[in-house]
Ligand binder design. Sequence first.
Ligand code: PAF
Length: 280
Amino acid sequence: MKVFTKNSELTAFLDTKREAGLEIGFVPTMGALHKGHLSLMGYAQQQTDISVCSIFVNPTQFNDKADLERYPRTPEQDLAMLEAANCDVVFMPSVEEVYPEPDTRQFSFGLLDEVLEGARRPGHFNGVAQVVSRLFDRVKPHRAFFGSKDYQQVMVVKQLVQNLHLNIDVVACPILREADGLAMSSRNMLLSEEERQAATLIYDVMQVSKSMKEKKSSVLATRQAVISILSKKSIYQLDYFEICDAKTLKAIHSWEESKHVVGLIACYVGKIRLIDNLVY
Ligand code: PAF
């Protein structure tokens, strides 16, 4: 496994692979790796010839400084996991290497970044677009693999690739869950034991919403049921639960409004904000 910290060394190495006709698969991460990331690596390895993983905690996508400081960092463990997973290339740049000067670009994604995470975390998707476009420029992957837990992020990245006319196939990979249903996330390691147990309710309420749809309860009643379950215990603070068109993220008010529907949730468990979604 090659580990690079400098753009020039990474691009020189990958250029030779590309020129030899090999396809490059890219998994961008912020480290604190878990099995969900390794499953993305698995897709990259199945579908391309050279697997590249980046580890970079991107400051421009954090609108809350405390959240950036608290974000878990486990570089040695990450490298050991990637080595064991037969990753070919790791890119671990410094902040100065990625942003030699501040990135002032403003991206526009319309409704996609005005709702849900975009509304709650102003500037978040602009920061994601800044770093992903820079990483894409350096890695020049044929395919890039993203986890569907960050449903809105995948949509934004697909839009970014279109807006910048990049020839990159953005692959949305399935959410990996713990045995009790909790979506795997680097943030899970910040939960106390009590919070970790409580966090399973997020998946449970998503299942409740799914069965309510199947039983033909209204969208309003379904939303209210989820809100009411989570409001009963003070450990949870629901940020949003929305039922949306899966292709536009426009909130729907009746199931008939849309053929493909997704439920999206963001909820604090204690101080830790977790997100999840379910395509019905
Ligand atoms: O999903 C993440 O871990 C990050 O948002 C990403 C895509 C690596 C960009 O920093």
